[in-house]
Write a protein that binds this ligand. Structure first.
Ligand SMILES: NC(=O)c1ccc[n+]([C@@H]2O[C@H](COP(=O)([O-])OP(=O)(O)OC[C@H]3O[C@@H](n4cnc5c(N)ncnc54)[C@H](OP(=O)(O)O)[C@@H]3O)[C@@H](O)[C@H]2O)c1
Length: 290
């Protein structure tokens, strides 16, 4: 596969640029026997050049944050990377998202990560706590230093409307959503709205949890371009303006392929074949959630 361009970046509303490709960690930290391989995968990812790592207190009930923490500690000790070069994302359970609960959950996440701050802290999905309380806690954490940015996840248009009404709601840095060739629904109105607000979307499950890796049309395009079907699926997501993607991978070949996919430029012919196989939405559908 020829790499024609560097890893793209997205710009957060406050002007900070972030690499548009990161590493997901869902399903890590669930099985103790897999931990060494998972720590090694995150460490290898950092060695290869990944700088954005996405985790959550939910993943392995804190186990994934511990894995990220161990891998980051090893990478920092080895001098592979400086802390300020990394962009660590974690997420808050909605049932913890009261004012005091948010602060306490952030403290627990920082302990598991072994870090002094989280670069981006997200509300994982809407829950029973008032958004105003969660945002107030996020703003306080940002002012005091434990987090650098905050954002939301799985927020559809109506949730974004509510957020806009909340004091400091405009400080939201991103909305992490399910977006892939198999889930193009956000293109109808959510993505245009985020773009109008200057807010990047963070696409999760960008290769549909691996299922797009065997799609025949993507395979055929990939064969012509010296790439895999998964790389084509990922390159397509990354080609969408204002969108970053966080594919999860443990296998080293997947880590390498996904990083290389950030440099894959799809031709007009490739894009036309993709449009035919995965038509864009014609009406608003509810935001899908994993
Ligand atoms: N905010 C939310 O509610 C939410 C929901 C879901 C996910 N997420 C985040 O988004 C991340 C990514 O989503 P995801 O994990 O659901 O799905 P995904 O990234 O679309 O797919 C991950 C699966 O695809 C495989 N894979 C990765 N790269 C591949 C490649 N190049 N070729 C073939 N197979 C490949 C992985 O295998 P190996 O692991 O064996 O390498 C894994 O089984 C999560 O890990 C999590 O951090 C957030």
């Amino acid at each position: 596969m020829s790499i024609d361009k560097p890893v793209p970046t997205v710009t957060l509303p406050d002007g900070q640029t972030v690499p548009a490709l990161g590493l997901g960690t869902w399903r890590m930290g669930e099985d103790a026997s897999q931990r060494p391989a998972e720590v090694k995968a995150v460490r290898r990812a950092i060695e290869m050049g990944y700088r954005v790592i996405d985790t959550a207190e939910m993943y392995g009930e804190g186990g994934a944050e511990e894995i990220v923490g161990q891998a980051v500690a090893q990478a920092l000790t080895a001098g592979d990377v400086k802390r300020e070069e990394l962009f660590i994302v974690s997420k808050l359970y909605p049932h913890n998202a009261s004012r005091a609960g948010t602060r306490a959950a952030c403290e627990r996440s920082l302990t598991r990560l072994g870090l002094g701050h989280i670069d981006l802290y997200l509300l994982h999905w809407r829950g029973q706590h008032a958004l105003a309380d969660t945002v107030a806690a996020f703003e306080q954490l940002k002012a005091r230093g434990p987090i650098r940015h905050w954002g939301v996840s799985n927020f559809d248009n109506s949730d974004m409307d509510e957020l806009a009404e909340v004091h400091h709601g405009e400080h939201c840095a991103t909305n992490q959503i399910y977006y892939s060739l198999g889930q193009r629904g956000p293109e109808f109105s959510l993505l245009p709205r985020l773009r109008a607000q200057g807010m990047p979307a963070m696409a999760y499950s960008p290769i549909d949890q691996g299922s797009l890796a065997t799609h025949p049309v993507l395979r055929r395009i990939g064969e012509q371009r010296g790439a895999t079907a998964a790389q084509v699926a990922l390159a397509w997501v990354l080609a969408q303006p204002g969108v970053m993607a966080i594919p999860k991978a443990v296998q080293e070949s997947h880590l390498r392929d996904n990083l290389a996919a950030a440099g894959l430029v799809l031709t007009a012919q490739d894009l036309a074949a993709i449009e035919q196989a995965f038509p864009p939405p014609r009406r608003k559908t509810a935001l899908a959630m994993r």
